[in-house]
Design a protein around this ligand. Structure first.
Ligand code: C5P
Length: 219
């Protein structure tokens, strides 16, 4: 494959989204937030009064998903800007429920492969390096302790004006970690050739530098 991909996988709130955006910007690459696709399917289900556990409804929603993206990375669903709404923790939880269905993943993988365009792609998620882009020349696995991630998510949500409790976030993160790592298909796990980074002791800038240095080494 001629178009290079850098994959950044890791658990919820490890900072992979922020790092991936900055790496993509620095290299002039496209950026794919694969979690957004799972969140959009969750949004469609919630709007239809369904639950992520309803496999048939989730598969229908995934197969008919036609996400649109605005110039500043806004996420549109049927013309409506849902960028803020899809970030709610309830949507993330529903997303992790419907992400266990193989036919949902298959439908979303088609959309993800389409994002691989010149001059390159930075893709973040759970299975970017293991399943979706297994030939990526650089596969980052970004982690941090569940406590560090809960504190980060807590601050983010407070800043966005959501009213939240740290214990609830910790509990929800543990539930999602457990489900994402434990599912039979495309579980969250490092690729065999992954480049491990623990973000807890690093600033965002330092983490980005480490990814860029690893990328330079592979050129
Ligand atoms: O990364 P984010 O928190 O936005 O993802 C929401 C949920 O979507 C995750 O908890 C996970 O269950 C699912 N997901 C996935 N595979 C991906 C990206 C996200 O299963 N590549």
């Amino acid at each position: 494959h001629a178009v290079p991909v850098i994959t950044i996988d890791g658990p919820t709130a490890s900072g992979k989204g922020t790092v991936a955006v900055l790496v993509a910007k620095k290299l002039g690459f496209h950026y794919l937030d694969s979690g957004v696709l799972y969140r959009l399917v969750a949004m469609k289900l919630v709007q239809a009064g369904e639950d992520g556990a309803n496999e048939a409804a989730a598969v229908r929603a995934a197969e008919s998903l036609d996400p649109q993206f605005g110039p500043e990375g806004q996420v549109l669903l049927e013309g409506v800007d849902v960028s803020a709404d899809i970030r709610a923790d309830g949507i993330g939880l529903q997303a992790s429920r419907l992400a266990v269905h193989p036919a949902v993943r298959q439908a979303l993988n088609v959309i993800q492969h389409r994002a691989r365009r010149a001059p390159g792609l930075v893709a973040d998620g759970r299975d970017m390096g293991t399943v979706v882009f297994p030939d990526a020349p650089l596969k980052v696995f970004l982690t941090a302790s569940v406590q560090a991630r809960a504190e980060r998510r807590y601050k983010q949500l407070l800043e966005k004006g959501f009213s939240v409790k740290l214990e609830k976030i910790l509990h929800d993160l543990q539930e999602r970690d457990h489900r994402d790592a434990g599912r039979a298909i495309a579980p969250l796990k490092p690729a065999a050739d992954a480049f491990w980074l623990d973000s807890a002791g690093l600033t965002i800038g330092e983490t980005v530098e480490k990814v860029l240095a690893a990328w330079q080494q592979r050129q």
